[in-house]
Design a protein around this ligand. Sequence first.
Ligand SMILES: Nc1ncnc2c1ncn2[C@@H]1O[C@H](COP(=O)(O)OP(=O)(O)OP(=O)(O)O)[C@@H](O)[C@H]1O
Length: 428
Amino acid sequence: MESGFLDSVTGNPYFSAGFGLIGVGAGLAVLRQGMQRGFDLARRNLLVTLEIPSRDKSYPWFLNWISHANVTRRNSQQLAVETSFRQHTNGSITSTFNLVPGPGKHYFKFKGVWLQVERQRDGRLMDLSTGNPFETVTLTTLSRDRSIFQTLLKDAREAALAKETGKTVMYTSWGSEWRPFGLPRKRRLLESVILDRGIAESIMQDVEDFISNEAWYNKRGIPYRRGYLLYGPPGSGKTSFIQALAGHLQYNICILNLSERGLTDDRLNHLLSVAPERSLMLLEDVDAAFAKRKQSDQEGFQSMVTFSGLLNALDGVASSEERIILMTTNHIELLDQALIRPGRVDMKVYLGDATPHQIRRMFLRFYEGKTDLADDFVAALEGKPPVSTAQLQGHFVTYKADPWAAVKCVSQLFHNSLGSPAQPVTHA
Ligand SMILES: Nc1ncnc2c1ncn2[C@@H]1O[C@H](COP(=O)(O)OP(=O)(O)OP(=O)(O)O)[C@@H](O)[C@H]1O
C-alpha cells in the first residue's frame, strides 16, 4: 500500500517537477547563505573599518581635512557644504564654504591606499545640545593598510592645529558645550592696544603670576581661579586688550553671553566647569545682562540665569580647574557689590578715555617716527572734550596716509561724534 503510494507520487510528473524545484530552491538558498557567510568572513578578515562619531573631537578635524582632500574635488558627486564665519577686527564678517562629502559612500586614495568613506546620519537620534542629528563617518580599507587610519587622523589633527597656531580660537556656548565660533583669528599683538602707563603691564604680571602658581593655590586649598573686571567708557580697548592678552598668553577665549536665550543656572554652571583648557572666560557687558532681565517679560527675553546662579557659577563649586574670568562693563556703578567682591573679581581696572600718553603713542603707532607731529596733535587736543582711543583710531584711519591732515583736522574728531563725516584734506 505504501509502495503503491510512493510509486504514484514519484510516477506523477507534477510531483517530481515540484520536488525538483524545491530541491533547486533549497540548493540556491544554501549557496546564497554560503556566499553571504564567505563574503562576511572575507570582509571581516580583509577589510577594517574606523568609525568617527560626530561627538568625537576628531570629527570636525576629519571633515575639515577631507574638505581639502581630493575626494571632494574629483571623486564625489554628493557634496555637502560646511560654512564658517570669520569676524574681523573692524566687525565685518566673511564666510568660507568648505565642500565636504555628503551622506553616502565616497572613495579616495590617501598615501597610495584606497579608502571608502561613508557618512551616515542617524535620523532618529538627535544631539540635544545642538538640535543636529547624530552622524557617523565610517572609513573602510584593507586590513593590511590599517595603520593608514592613524596617519590620516594625525594629519587631520595637525592640519586643524596648524590653522590655530599663532591664532586665537573664539568659543561660544552651544547648548551645554563650547564650540569654536568661526575660524581662529590672527593673534592681536599686545603692542597694538595702547593703554595708559603701566596698566597693561600690571594686568599681565598678575595673570602670569596666577598661571605659574597652581601648586601654591592647591596646597592652600584655595580655588584656583582669578577674576578681572575691566570697566570704563565705550571704545577704551577693554575687549581688544583681552584679545591681546589671550594672544600673548597663547590662550583661547570663551565668550559667555549671559543674555543668551535658554541659558539656565545649571547650564551656566556646567559651561563654566567644562570650558576648554587654556582659555579665558569672557563675560562682556555684565551690567546689561541683569538690567535687561527687568524688561524681559514683555520682550520675550529668555535667559533664565538668576543673579545667585551667576555667583554660584563664578565660585565654581564644581571645579578646581584653572579658571580666569574677565568681565567688562561700561557701568561699574550698576554692578551688585556681591558680583565684584574679592574672590569673584580680584582686580578691577579702569580703562578711560585717551590720556595724552595714549594719544601720543596711538599717533606714533599710525605715523611712525613723526614725533613732532605727535606732540602737535597732543597739544591740539589739550582742553578739548575727552576722546576715546576708538575715536582716535577712526580718525587716524581716515587720514592714514596723511599725518599732517590728522593734526590739522583734529576738530573732526568732535564733529564725527555728532555724526558729520570726516573729510580728507589735501595740504601743501
Ligand atoms: N586702547 C586702545 N588701543 C588700541 N586700539 C583701541 C584702543 N581702544 C579701542 N581701540 C580700537 O577701537 C575699537 C573698539 O575697541 P574695543 O571693542 O576694544 O573697546 P571696548 O572698550 O571693549 O568697547 P565697549 O565698551 O563698547 O565694548 C577696536 O577696533 C580697537 O582696535
